[in-house]
Design a protein around this ligand. Structure first.
Ligand code: AMP
Ligand code: GLY
Length: 427
């Protein structure tokens, strides 16, 4: 089979790495790909955000399967475009991906179907939202959220009334998120540890496919601004098998059934961002794809042939393929450029890659190959280094030992990925 991976981040590199191990695959093409993906197959400068052109190209090259990694192309209908062109594509249609692209859609679906999530109100008029915040007895903090995609920045945890008013004004009046903030939600602020839980879905079934902890903040100890994700590990004590089964029964499976009943059958990876509150797991948000960096730690532990799973999902036959895991743990550390998540300086030469070996996995994100064939930085998150091992502590040691080998000016990474769970397990 000829398989196309759409995207260019470390998540897509991890997907390509996993797909490259499939015995079903004879040719792998990454579009646009990155220098790491170029070691696994051909890269072609095709833009997944231009869905019609991408689908036309995929058909012309004879692709048997397209796998899409990121949220934007999915929300813009790349899967629909591929299907229209007759190219099988693994991922949800734009209609099903509304579960991520519209937080109002997701909340309404959950409340209609009794899927556990916190209380919320929807506003499209600033006056009404301000009035709601001023109601006597209104408790703070609250969470103010843009309805649409906002590059992970659309949720503001407002500590007090003033911050909440400012967030409403920014979204509905100043339109800082553009049309994504034309509708907003004001949610009750839930409290508890968070985990990302994944399911591969075939339109009818949600097959649990791993749980991971993600580190969203830039700074150690979870301080500073939110990022795309600075590291992750799996498995986690927060989601042992019985909890995962509970999440499957009360959250993942009912969500897939609700989407099917709404005429939006969901095929692809469903990502539930969960908060484990005193009342049990509650959905903070859904995403219509793997997490980044969660995919980088989950895929190395997945025993299945991912292409076989994707084909079974597309055929509505996941019941024929049980998901199986390697024993042990994986820990991933993102290496970022100085200044991330704000503006960064690109073009720094990267050293230490030549003798990489196979002790740890190195997934590229913001890298380019220069005219001399050398790798340079080109973005905020530059690599994810992933270690695996029999325990989280062992996996973490492998990751950090190898992080030190990747050298570029301004290299930044968090040193505390996985540390708290290891400390808690040791006591
Ligand atoms: P989101 O953009 O929905 O993923 O939200 C980003 C982050 O904001 C989440 O990972 C949570 O840490 C926090 N958050 C979002 N919604 C809530 C909520 N209702 N209660 C508490 N924290 C929240
Ligand atoms: N790691 C968070 C995300 O992919 O959205």
């Amino acid at each position: 089979m000829k398989v196309v991976i759409a995207g260019s981040g470390a998540r897509e590199h991890a997907i390509a790495w996993k797909v490259s191990q499939s015995t079903l695959v004879s040719e792998l093409i990454a579009a646009p790909g990155n220098p790491g993906m170029a070691l696994l197959g051909r890269t072609v400068a095709q833009d997944p955000l231009d869905g019609a052109a991408f689908a036309h190209w995929a058909r012309a090259v004879g692709a048997d399967l397209v796998i899409v990694g990121a949220d934007d192309p999915i929300a813009m209908g790349l899967i629909d475009d591929c299907e229209a062109a007759g190219v099988p594509a693994f991922g949800p249609t734009a209609a099903a991906a509304q579960i991520e692209a519209s937080k109002v859609f997701a909340k309404d679906l959950m409340s209609q179907h009794g899927i556990p999530t916190g209380p919320y109100r929807v506003f499209d008029q600033a006056d009404a939202a301000h009035h709601y915040l001023d109601a006597p007895g209104r408790e703070y903090p609250v969470v103010v959220k843009a309805d649409g995609l906002a590059r992970g920045k659309g949720a503001i945890v407002a500590a007090d009334r003033a911050e909440a008013h400012a967030a409403v004004a920014a979204m509905l009046e100043e339109r800082v998120f553009g049309a994504s903030g034309d509708r907003i939600l004001i949610e009750e602020c839930l409290v508890g540890p968070e985990a990302s839980v994944f399911a591969i879905c075939d339109g009818e079934r949600a097959w649990p496919s791993g749980a991971a902890r993600d580190y969203k903040r830039i700074g150690e100890g979870d301080c500073g601004p939110n990022t795309g994700g600075m590291g992750a590990y799996t498995p986690t004590n927060l989601v042992p098998p019985d909890v995962l089964e509970d999440v499957r029964q009360r959250i993942l499976q009912p969500t897939v059934e609700a989407l099917a009943a709404a005429g939006r059958p969901y095929r692809g990876v469903l990502y539930a961002g969960l908060m484990f509150t005193a009342d049990g797991p509650q959905v903070i948000e859904f995403n219509a794809r793997w997490g980044d960096p969660e995919a980088q730690v989950l895929l190395p532990l997945l025993r299945n042939d991912f292409v076989e799973l994707a084909l079974a999902a597309l055929a509505g036959r996941l019941d024929t393929v049980p998901i199986e895991w390697h024993a042990g743990a994986a820990c991933g550390v993102a290496l970022a450029s100085a200044g991330y998540p704000d503006a960064v300086r690109d073009g720094e030469p990267v050293g230490g890659l030549d003798s990489w070996g196979d002790e740890a996995l190195l997934f590229h994100a913001g890298t380019v190959t220069d005219a001399d064939g050398a790798i340079r930085t080109a973005g905020g998150r530059v690599f994810t280094v992933v270690g695996t091992g029999p325990t989280l502590a062992a996996a973490r040691d492998v990751a950090y030992r190898n992080v030190e080998r990747v050298r570029f000016a301004g290299r930044y990474y968090r040193r505390d990925i996985g540390a708290r769970e290891i400390a808690a397990t040791a006591t």
